[in-house]
Design a protein. Structure first.
Length: 295
């Protein structure tokens, strides 16, 4: 293993910080969630097509039809996640959206245990529960159900479900399929789903602000390449559950972004809840039985 592979557990912090930046782009871009997803994935596919054309296509020879179908299914889950995720970020507070999203490790733990027989120590599970309790604190004290806030909270929870399924499929496929090829198929299929959604919903393909096109390209680089693609690379060397639990720190990071860029000051209970989430994560990492990287 090279230096990056040996430190895959530490490198997860990079996509976590990049992923939390989603809230910045979603709040600044005026395009609809469907158009936002269409261009984000479109730019991402173009970026990943370059290394594929330069030689990455050679690795496709060993990919089976079943693996391709699983990649397409992962693309469908990613598409569903984005639709609900963008909706949540636009219709509820940053803290509430990210806290609800942080429920994905608990959701992921269920299929990982029953289908992949992944064993997690009792102390590690306690860490997950502590992190989720921080999420529950914020949600339970979030009394602002005015306008579309309730819709945003529900969307955030659904986004967590689809994200967990997306990670679960990635854990299965990444064990056999190289990262570049897996990501290209997943992103391409997700892009196709967004294109179909654009046509079905009557969403215009053009006519957006110049600033929106620039921001959507930057979002593809930061949130798709540095976040999702790097997450999938990490899953080749560490458990999807570990990566999923690490994403819970996006709550604290996103709240910080909200303060810096939008002056959205969180309530005291949101700060306490975010602190509990981070504490639970650190406890999980310390007590995780997965000290060895996966092959």
């Amino acid at each position: 293993m090279n230096i990056f592979q040996r430190n895959a557990r530490k490198l997860v912090i990079i996509p976590t910080m990049a992923g939390a930046a989603t809230v910045i782009f979603v709040r600044l871009i005026e395009a609809s969630p469907i158009a936002l997803g269409f261009y984000r994935l479109g730019f991402s596919v173009i970026l990943f097509a370059i290394p594929i054309i330069l030689g990455g296509y050679k690795d496709y020879k060993g990919i089976t039809k079943k693996e391709v179908l699983l990649c397409v299914l992962a693309g469908a889950m990613l598409f569903s996640h984005f639709i609900f995720w963008f909706t949540a970020l636009n219709t509820t507070s940053i803290a509430s959206a990210f806290v609800l999203f942080s429920l994905n490790p608990l959701i992921l733990l269920i299929p990982m245990y029953f289908f992949l027989k992944k064993r997690v120590s009792a102390k590690a599970i306690i860490g997950i529960i502590v992190a989720l309790s921080g999420s529950a604190l914020i949600v339970s004290l979030n009394q602002t159900l005015e306008d579309n806030t309730f819709l945003g909270d529900v969307s955030g929870f659904l986004a967590a479900i689809f994200f967990a399924v997306y990670f679960f499929i990635g854990q299965i496929v990444r064990a056999k399929v190289p990262m570049l090829n897996y990501v290209f198929i997943v992103f391409s299929s997700c892009f196709v789903f967004f294109a179909i959604a654009m046509i079905a919903s009557g969403t215009p393909f053009t006519g957006y602000r110049k600033e929106d096109y620039v921001l959507m390209f930057l979002m593809a680089v930061v949130c798709q390449v540095l976040a999702h693609a790097l997450y999938n690379w990490c899953m080749g060397y560490v458990s999807a559950l570990y990566v999923s639990v690490f994403t819970t720190t996006q709550t604290a990071i996103a709240i910080l972004y909200g303060i810096i860029f939008f002056r959205e000051i969180p309530e005291s209970f949101q700060v306490i809840g975010a602190a509990i989430v981070v504490a639970g994560l650190l406890y999980y990492n310390y007590n995780s039985i997965e000290k060895q990287t996966l092959g």
